[in-house]
Write a protein that binds this ligand. Sequence first.
Ligand code: FEO
Length: 399
Amino acid sequence: MPLRHVAEGVREVGAIDWDRRLFDELIPLPQGTSYNAYLLEGSERTALIDTVDPRKEGELLGHLDRAGVKQLDYIVSNHAEQDHSGAIPAVLAHYPMARVVTNSRCAELLALHLGIDRGRMLVVKDQERLPLGDLTLRFLEMPWVHWPETMVTYLEERRILFSCDLFGSHLATSRQYASEEDLVMDAAKRYYAEIMMPFRSHIVNHLERLKELEIGTIAPSHGPLWGRPPQILEAYRDWTSERMEDEVVIPYVSMHGTTALMVQRLADALMREGVQVKPFNLTVTDTGELAEALVGAATIVLGTPTVLTGPHPLAFQAAYLVSVLKPKARYASLIGSYGWGGKTAKVIQELVAAGGRELIAPVLVRGLPNAKALEALDGLAAAIAERHRRDPRIRRGSA
Ligand code: FEO
């Protein structure tokens, strides 16, 4: 990657990971990702904002050499997760006088996970400033924009916010700034769903706090930069708000086609009611696509057959995902077919309705759905549509 100019005294020196297809051994990365690191050269001191995943540390060191950095004074660590901090030991070895600048919680995690010597750390507090000569860094603690130790760094003279994971996107691209709105916003929304959605309430507060800053550029540590910050700030305000879409997400799995038939009936009935539907066959679903669909949907209906005595494992996994990602949906239900009994509803409905979501009466039928069961599915669609109509938080006609 060429060294890329961001502003006077600020260059990108991180790495694009075009080939990575899985993050945390969990999250699919269909478009790769990047680990953005930023070199700040003030008139008196030089700082690096975040590093890269260890698999790219050689590339980072090469970039710093190519940039002519003979002495590095500070490595700012906004977040201890290894995709940003994993190359810190290599950078410290390369620049024996450099110190890691971070908050106390992050210092603890860097020592714990990477064995970084506390003697080489400079611990800063919320709102503390660090001068580099003609450039000044300000640190703002923003816990839970992925881990509890996260912070962001603001470069006052250039009005750049280095936000690390916050406002990022898993997108490997030669494009430096987010100008292709559809491509980058879609990646940013998916990223929000996978990484940030569980921390929605924290992010609401952080967005308020960011209003204190005059931000000209947002420079995250994944994906393109935001040259027009309102583009992503407004999207985050919407995603984290109580506003929902008039939409039902239906993750489902079907062993012999019966549960699929029920999903089809429900989807058709919802469409007749004017409600948007997004069914996801879990045998072929990309987890990130499902997570992204959950960002705004008002209702989640899980479809599962009964296997042995409980839900199909893929449906259980999806229900668990819903319970940990904590999407804002306020309504949930369950549909499916069983052969001779079981505890499907008992095992799974608590997960789907976690977080105070209203559970609308499930439709679980034995064998093929008869006329009465099909009517029950139509009734479920009507019950969902009625709740959507009555709920002022739901944005109707725009999904
Ligand atoms: Fe990109 Fe939470 O690390």
